[in-house]
Design a protein around this ligand. Sequence first.
Ligand code: TEU
Length: 592
Amino acid sequence: MSSDQVLAPATESSEVPAEDRQWWKSAVVYQIYPRSFADSDGDGVGDLGGIAAKVDYLAELGVDVIWLSPVYPSPQDDAGYDISNYLDIEPVFGTLAGFDALLAAVHGRGMKLVMDLVVNHTSDEHPWFVESKSSADNPKRDWYWWRPAREGMHGGDPGGEPTNWGSFFSGSTWQFDPDTGEYYLHLFSRKQPDLNWENTEVRRAVYEMMRWWLDRGVDGFRMDVINMISKDSSLPDGHPHIGQWGDGSPYYINGPRLHEYLQEMHREVFAGRQGQLLTVGEMPGCTVEEARLFTDPARAEVDMVFQFEHVSLDQGASKWDVHPLRLVDLKASLGRWQAGLAEVGWNSLYWNNHDQPRAVSRFGDDGEYRVRSAKLLGTLLHLHRGTPYVYQGEELGMTNAPFQQISDFRDIESINHFAEAVAAGQSPDSVLIGLRTMGRDNARTPVQWDDSANAGFTTGEPWIPANPNHRQINAAAALADPDSVWHHYRALIDLRHREPAVAHGDFTMLLPEHEQIYAFTRRLDDAELLVLANVSGRTAIADQIPHAAQWENSELLLTNAPAPEPSQPRLSLLPWEARVYRRVVRSVIWRG
Ligand code: TEU
């Protein structure tokens, strides 16, 4: 079934002026991972009540948008990214009434709320899949990817999988179902079967669900692995390079009908809506050239994408194969994205989220210079052109967790990888090195609210222990200290709101080959900003920047270190120091 006539094309409304539709250019988004944010009922798991209690905290920080990681009913095999009902709230997190109250509280403070949309796959406990699995001729059979065993093989035999693709969470992407004698596709866990977007009814059901949330008042969606929804239906084998498995990604990343689906979704769900909405597509493996197409407003697909290039630069053959990051590589990558989306499209900016290690541990120095380097990272990110995303706890300079053994981990990705790698002969200690550095649980320990037991996250037993450093690193201490990372983030957010060059200025990278200094300018009309950052633990001199003298009398807008002594060379930077200067560019008037 592939006919598209069922989905009537709609026309783009011209009622909302273009500048209002792009309100997100001057917005800052804050990501909440509900399990780990704040627990209001003492069961050890964060919930909507906990979020509601912190809405004032977020308003005070100044963020414009909250993105909620999934709060829908879920068996929690992948911490909520396995959804069994799209139209309700997971009881552990609360109720729909509680959600409505939270949404009203968020709107009441002038903020917006964006939901996580996970529609590449459902849970295997979603009624759609339960039906699909019930028999080979069930009307919903085609809603998922069912295939017989490889030719000449028996279902369930080693090597019988329809393709050699390896799953993101180890093992094959295919699970055999003995009852109906076929396999189903799951790019992630076997409890996350992939929906078949070739099927028109699937797409219609998804769009209907999205409209239901928008009608309820939510302000948009962060779309989970949305560039994996279109697959090459011939399902070819991939190059065998993930252990015993092949790399199927060329056949499911940015697949043949992706643009068509996103444009259709836009027509069916977003076009003609009056609200100021935000859509951001999570797109692993997306290139800047592709991102320009996805985010070109004229194409009406998504407002921005999460790309993965800059968070892959410290990795080798797999994410567990960790290398030191070279600053020149980071600048080359982010600089290319800035240039590539300068005229058309828009960047989203992030250092971390619920899948990535903590930024200050990964890119900064979480020891002696924790506070200063966390502020430097915030400064760099927020001063690029694009919409910045703050992940919960980043504004406190929270660090990676001191995980020791495998039993300290909760995440399916880490647990499965450990089992597979050890079974393949790697030593447990070497596998743990990768998990400690890159494991997603680093980002998922409870937000550190205060120095009490469990960091003030819960009165019960937390589902994952709080980082013991909550005694020093916590929100209560940060709010009380004007020099904290928190106050620096607040200043950055404030700067975006009042200095148009931050949101709208053009971007010019300086000193691309410098191994310590990250420097760039932003220019809008007669306002120019200079960002200078020493991304190292050694003093650096930035006097090689072009036209350094022009900045002599400029205004120092923001810094993360004591103001430079008059005797100190102007462009000498302390370890991890970051400064933002502003100058007015006077145009020369020629008199004849
Ligand atoms: O992540 C997609 C993704 O490709 C990776 O970032 C993933 O987290 C993994 O680390 C790859 O090694 C999204 C969600 O953000 C993630 O939490 C989910 O587990 C995943 O999709 C499946 O829904």
